[in-house]
Design a protein around this ligand. Sequence first.
Ligand code: NAD
Ligand code: UDP
Length: 310
Amino acid sequence: MKILVTGGAGFLGSHLCERLLEAGNEVTCLDNFFTGRKKNVAHLLGNPGFELIRHDVIDPFKIEVDQIYNLACPASPPHYQYNPIKTTKTSVMGAINCLGLAKRVKARVFQASTSEVYGDPEIHPQVESYWGHVNPIGLRSCYDEGKRCAETLFFDYHRENHVDIRVIRIFNTYGPRMLPNDGRVVSNFIVQALRGEDLTVYGEGKQTRSFCYVDDLIEGFIRFMAQTETVGPMNLGNPGEFTMMELAELVLKKVGGKSKITHKPLPADDPKQRRPDISLAKKHLGWEPKVPLEEGIERTIAHFRKELQP
Ligand code: NAD
Ligand code: UDP
């Protein structure tokens, strides 16, 4: 198949491009390199089935493809809050442009949505039928509401124009190729520990997240895109739930060294708890994560050790 991956030079996108190429597809990676980098896909450039295009998804694009994966959007709070108006535009205009293209060329189109559509959830664990608890005017809203609007567009194009959509809600995913300055918690803690700096736990560190290793997530993407039982929305993530203090202690144990834990103010609207209910993914995809947190953290530490070498 001919497949377009927007945001393909980012963390998840680069792993996805790799997997799709390995399976014998032709892959076009479209990225504006805001949080992605050529380095993430440099090893794919020699592959005749791979093409890299610098383009911004807020501007329309034309290409003949069978499938589109729409991943373009900064995912880390400091990066999506850097230019919040641009973040909303990226989600909304990016969705419109992907859906318009999918409609024209009759491609199946995938949206990388997020657990952030549940906001600071009052239902735990989060099921797909929960409508969420999102502040529409806060610092996280550019991302949360942008992604919610993108879901709306996907389902309206599906109902009105019969576009063949797939919508996944991704829960915190980590692994090699996150940027050292990405700002998300797993890369922050590992990079801080490797540099011998103190680990910055925001607030008391009692808030929870559920961390999925990248390889597990990408397997879920591929299975979801291949099936025709459901268009989603479907949660994908690892149901193992940890406090940020537990994560910090695990990273300290695995890296060793002299770092300690220091506390910084909790950012506004930081969700207190998060854990996916993955019953739908188990039922329709036969999918569940295989890599436990300790093992995934070890693999990610090994990656950053190499990356941070002078
Ligand atoms: P990332 O920041 O590493 O990747 C995003 C990619 O999109 C980057 O390559 C960036 O340069 C590109 N991009 C951003 N704005 C663009 C624009 N206007 N035009 C073209 N390209 C643009 O983040 P990631 O973790 O790889 O996330 C990928 C997708 O998955 C995002 O849509 C994100 O919202 C979603 N997601 C990720 C997670 C996670 O835990 N990793 C969780 C939920 C949702
Ligand atoms: N966090 C932290 N220290 C950091 C970065 C993040 O304690 O250096 C916390 C953050 O407040 C949040 C959790 O870790 O409660 C996950 O943050 P991240 O930005 O990775 O993802 P998100 O909040 O979008 O789930």
